[in-house]
Design a protein around this ligand. Structure first.
Ligand code: UP5
Ligand code: MG
Length: 237
């Protein structure tokens, strides 16, 4: 299906992995959780991880480098980039929605996500595994995904960072001292939490019923949370 997404790459001499990937849809993990639950932090760690396994033989030490080979796409980051893009017809709308903690209409978000996925795969055909961070956040998002991506990408599971509201708010307020984010203030955060509880939790519950949610207790330290994340990824592949 990747081949169906873009034609020009097929002109190159294909690697074995690329030839296999031609028969596969892009693989997607949705990463969900409240504002400040640590979605971005953990996704960065997943992308960065390079584990070194030592295998001692009689005379040599072989170092094996391993990585999960995911590309991190934060829907919020993509929207913030679009907000800042000169000439964007959606800049003001996105700014208003983010400040109010409301969910941007899906046609905007899905086009940004699809474009980012395509560009990633065009640059490197081996990159067809994506962590989609902060999406889908409501029914509208889910319908948009299903309409646009049906048959074009496979959702493997949902990584759910479960964290109490107060912890989430305090983390974002702390970050707000230096982040410059227009929504890292108490007023926006109260709204973001309400949106999360009313609109995003039902989406997580929906995936839960399908047996697709992997829940992580995200209230602990970054490293403790990441240990659980690794356990999930090692199991799921
Ligand atoms: N931190 C992280 N983990 C920690 C830990 N274990 N212990 C202690 N501190 C920890 O982390 C937040 C802060 O906490 C950081 O300072 C970090 O160091 C610390 P981060 O990893 O950034 O958390 P994250 O869950 O990513 O928080 P974020 O604020 O990004 O979550 P949101 O989901 O609210 O924000 P997002 O950028 O996804 O969306 C922003 C807005 O965009 C939305 O409110 C909405 O208006 C809009 N939007 C849409 O409309 N549609 C979309 O699809 C996506 C976004
Ligand atoms: Mg984030």
């Amino acid at each position: 299906m990747i081949g169906r997404w873009f034609g020009s790459v097929s002109q190159r001499v294909p690697s074995l992995l690329y030839r296999v990937s031609l028969m596969m849809n892009p693989q997607v993990v949705f990463v969900l959780g409240g504002p400040g639950a640590g979605k971005g932090t953990q996704c960065c760690k997943i992308v960065e991880v390079r584990e070194m396994e030592r295998e001692r033989t009689m005379e040599t030490t072989i170092l094996t480098l391993m990585s999960y080979n995911y590309t991190h796409l934060s829907a919020g980051d993509l929207l913030r980039e679009e907000r800042a893009r000169e000439g964007s017809e959606f800049g003001q709308l996105i700014a208003n929605y983010i400040k109010e903690g409301k969910i941007v209409p899906v046609n905007i978000t899905i086009n940004l996500l699809k474009k980012a996925m395509l560009e990633t795969m065009e640059k490197d055909e081996k990159k067809f595994r994506f962590l989609i961070d902060g999406f889908p956040r409501n029914e509208d998002n889910l319908q948009g995904w299903n309409t646009v991506m049906d048959g074009k990408a496979d959702v493997k599971f949902v990584l759910f960072f479960d964290c109490g509201n107060e912890v989430c708010i305090n983390r974002c307020l702390e970050r707000g001292k230096s982040s410059g984010r227009s929504d890292d203030n108490r007023e926006s955060l109260e709204k973001r939490i309400q949106t999360y509880l009313q609109s995003t939790r039902p989406i997580i519950e929906l995936y839960e019923k399908l047996g697709k949610v992997r829940t992580i207790d995200a209230s602990r330290s970054v490293d403790e949370v990441f240990a659980d994340v690794k356990a999930v990824l090692d199991k799921e592949g």
